[in-house]
Ligand binder design. Structure first.
Ligand code: HEC
Length: 165
């Protein structure tokens, strides 16, 4: 987004927050206006915290942001990897019983540039790999395991937490 558009959006959201807070001030405690103002001010303190907690060099961690799998549940992903038996072939830090050595060790996966050497290691690429590895690498030893896209998103969220030392 262009910087001016970003400022305009932030300004618009801020005006909305002020309007919502003013509105709630005129309403009884448990009105919908009060709930909206509470949610909006919570969102603003999150935003402020995000700006404050940026790295010391002042640059936001864009790479980590790009690896964020929105709406996915990483701990559910870890359980799914037990269910699908990924650990028979892979060593996966933090996943019970996952100590296989048929495929690559998935520790430090977040630092890799490619998945299976064929797809870019970003959420879309990783999810596609987990759902249909043989579509992207026809001769791969990793089988299609009947993983759904939703399951793959949860597993990808977990795998992106695995950074090298
Ligand atoms: C039968 C063994 C086997 C099973 C089961 C298996 N994989 Fe794999 N996996 C492999 C092999 C072999 C590769 C290397 C593929 C290649 O590079 O062509 C691989 C590659 C990968 C990669 C890419 C790693 C990299 O560094 O590029 C990921 C991620 C992955 N597997 C995750 C999973 C997950 C999650 C599961 C469970 C849903 C799973 N695998 C189940 C054998 C397996």
């Amino acid at each position: 987004m262009r910087p001016t558009a970003t400022y305009a959006t932030v300004l618009a959201l801020f005006s909305l927050a002020v309007a919502a807070m003013a509105w709630s001030a005129l309403r009884p405690e448990n009105s919908p206006g009060h709930a909206l103002a509470t949610t909006t001010s919570a969102a603003f303190s999150d935003l402020a915290a995000w700006f404050r907690s940026g790295p010391a060099d002042g640059q936001p961690d864009w790479e980590a942001a790009a690896r964020n799998v929105y709406g996915a549940d990483a701990s559910h992903g870890a359980q799914l990897m037990i269910l699908h038996g990924c650990g028979a072939c892979h060593t996966i830090p933090g996943v019970t019983g996952a100590d296989g050595s048929v495929g690559p060790d998935l520790g430090g996966l977040a630092d890799r540039a490619y998945v299976g050497g064929v797809l870019p290691n970003e959420p879309g690429g990783l999810v596609r790999w987990l759902v249909n590895p043989t579509t992207y690498a026809p001769n791969t030893a990793m089988p299609d395991l009947g993983v759904t896209e939703a399951e793959a998103r949860d597993m990808a969220a977990y795998l992106f937490t695995l950074r090298g030392e």
